[in-house]
Design a protein around this ligand. Sequence first.
Ligand code: ZN
Length: 216
Amino acid sequence: MIKIAPSIFAGDFSILGQQVAELEKAGVDYVHVDIMDGHFVKLLSFGSKVIRDIKKCTSLILDVHLMIEKPERCIEEFLESGADIITIHFESTLQHKWLLNEIRGAGVKTGIALNPTTPLNVLDYLYDDIDMVSIMTSNPGLNGQSFLPGMLNKINDLQMKIIELKRPIDIEVDGSINEENIKEVIRVGANVIVIGRAFFTAMDKPGMVYNLKRMK
Ligand code: ZN
């Protein structure tokens, strides 16, 4: 079954609690939380306090995406924030194994995100340590980016690799996903869909989620 993970960054922060309640009512699976440091990526979002506050008002799975340089400097605060999944960027650190072990050791699921130009083979020695791979389908942490159709092959290659390895690894797609390209990413193997503006601007959110989750 497809999992839908709206990114709370695309919501209205002046009514954050209401927005989270709306996600629950719509039947989504995860709250995707984009942490951007204004350094690893251009945009700056918020820190771990917002995750702790969201945790207080929802039972949804918190899918935390760290777009921060050297996450090893501050991983503890995110491990203590109530995150259920923590995804680090391959390009943001040289301490992949250590970080993934720390995350798993804290009982949190692990993810690795790959920027559009990062090849899949960087994961070759990491498959044992990850529960999810997040394929960035647009350039991360910048405004006004569009979906990169070249990522469809990458998603498909990753799916083949995971089947070959017989591992229960989720394939997340993140970046400029909308109702037009969602069918394509699911067709080539994605099963966790991060959706931003397209979710928050939808008139019938429960209907949208219902249809997306049953898409083949
Ligand atoms: Zn994200």
